[in-house]
Design a protein around this ligand. Sequence first.
Ligand code: ADP
Ligand code: MG
Length: 627
Amino acid sequence: MAKKQFKTESKRLLDLMVNSIYTNREIFLRELISNASDALDKRHYMSLTDDKYRCSEPLTIQIIPNREDRTLTIEDNGIGMNREELEENLGTIAHSGSELFKASLQENPEVDIIGQFGVGFYSSFMAARKVEVYSRTVDDGGYLWTSEGQDGYTISECEKEKTGTRITLYLREDTDDIKYSDYLDTYKLEALVKKYSDYIRYPIQMMVEKQRLKEGSEDEYETYQELKTLNSMVPLWRRNKKDITEQEYNDFYRSKFADWEAPAKVIHYSLEGNVSYRALLFIPSKVPYNFYSKDFEAGLQLYSKGVFIKDHAKELLPDYFYFVKGLVDSDDFSLNISREILQQDSQLQALGKSVTKKIKSTLVTMLTKEREEYEKFYKNFGSSLKYGVYQDFGINKKELEDLLLFYSSKDEKYVTLKEYVERMKEGQKEIYYCTGKNISQIKSVPQMEQFLEKGYEVLYLTEDIDEFALMMMRDYQEKPFKSVQQADVSIQSEEEKKQKEEVQKANESLLKKMGESLGGKVKEVRISSHLKKNPVCLVSEEGISMEMEKYLSQLPNSDSPKATKILEINADHEIFEVIKKAYENHPEDIDSYADLLYQQALLIEGFPIDDPVKFSNQICDLMKKAG
Ligand code: ADP
Ligand code: MG
């Protein structure tokens, strides 16, 4: 029979499994049991609407160690696989756990991480030199998939009486360091099941040896075999919170949601009322590697009375909480109506609303009681919240505004909007912010100097989404958001304003001339009230800001909207004197001076200049004149 080759990615993973120096090989059992449990779930689910899937016996998982053959068998009477499915599921690496593993491997080529999370079926090769998978679906005969690792696999027809899957591992020979034969030991196996798979909903059974007094004897014992259920079968989320250890939550999360790090937050609760349900939710401690790709599947698992119904139920979470993983188990859904339940939208919606509320209140508590934890969380998922504010025209504003954090000029730390407003200067009516790529760039924005000097706190917006979110929110506690780079922002005293107006008037014709020189590039040229050290700056009118213009220009949309800009000149700067003189003596130079100042202002704002060659020639001309 022709051997088939594994797909390249699978081969790599297999190599790692086979040659793994990883000590935590035991997790292969957890993986095989969890696959068996999934298969039982699928069969159970199908049987609700189709009688042919019904099973006359209880759905179980059997563990069968055999010392003579040195094999360990895991058998289920679940959904089974036909030839194509064996090929598809076991010959390629298209499935979740292993895919995740692959990604993390690219980031972190240490083999150490194997086994800390779901690596799936291939993990069986960590303990076995050869694996046989006998499987049968309700529609077809049996098939045998067999492989000795890297050099491929074969699939052939075989006898198999019952629907389901039987996986036999031919354990490797013991070495000085590793005793594979431990996996034939019933105590060891029982301990492993308890450790990793206790909550599995189906009985995991094994024949165990027991001792009893021989009949009619008082001191002679005999051993006998008894089928023992090894797991307690109570789903973790149905147990009492008090009795669950952190370790148990973490193990559950890692194995169920394929993450190799413990969650940042566990939210476990139950509610009785309009909607009654239990939920076990987790906030990951890292951004999932594919969070921003289309492969990321958001949503919670949905259970009814402990029975799995649906994965990735997106209805249960608003987009801005898509980072939450976990499950919801509600008694209100009657399983008998099976698939129709999913049409019961209103019930799902009510459930979703309640879950959302709980997540929010948990975050609020975290923010007030565990600030450090919250900031860590926010670094990971804050963008989701800000995106949530931006979406739907700020409809979620009220929900989310108190969860937002921004860096601020005060200690360059995160602040909430509430904190900002509480310590605003007397008479301050607006919330000031400044946008830029990073904090140091923001600090060099010419207008910042005066704001800081006058003791105003300024929010530092460093992410693209920040300003868009604020624009949607418009205000917080009736205090509008205002960019320090906006044309009409004003923190001047009456006197300063008057002074400025005078200078403006005195130089009216020069400023007008400069404006004309720049054509349509700026709306006007005027005397600035914001500048201290810098000779010039750009400000924008309300609407599209300069940072937004930069962001929008990166998008694949040819004519994105632009900010309406105003060029401001520092009347106290030496350069202004030079220009004034030039205007008197060589008015023909004003064109190029205006242009130079404008290009300079563009550079300061982090815009590309229009014509670098022209700019450089202009500077050369200027130097020649000076020399
Ligand atoms: P994952 O469980 O993350 O999908 P695995 O490598 O553990 O990845 O399993 C690959 C696939 O093989 C499963 O998705 C499932 O379709 C199939 N499979 C594995 N074990 C069984 C089983 N005991 N019964 C039926 N199908 C199975
Ligand atoms: Mg699996």
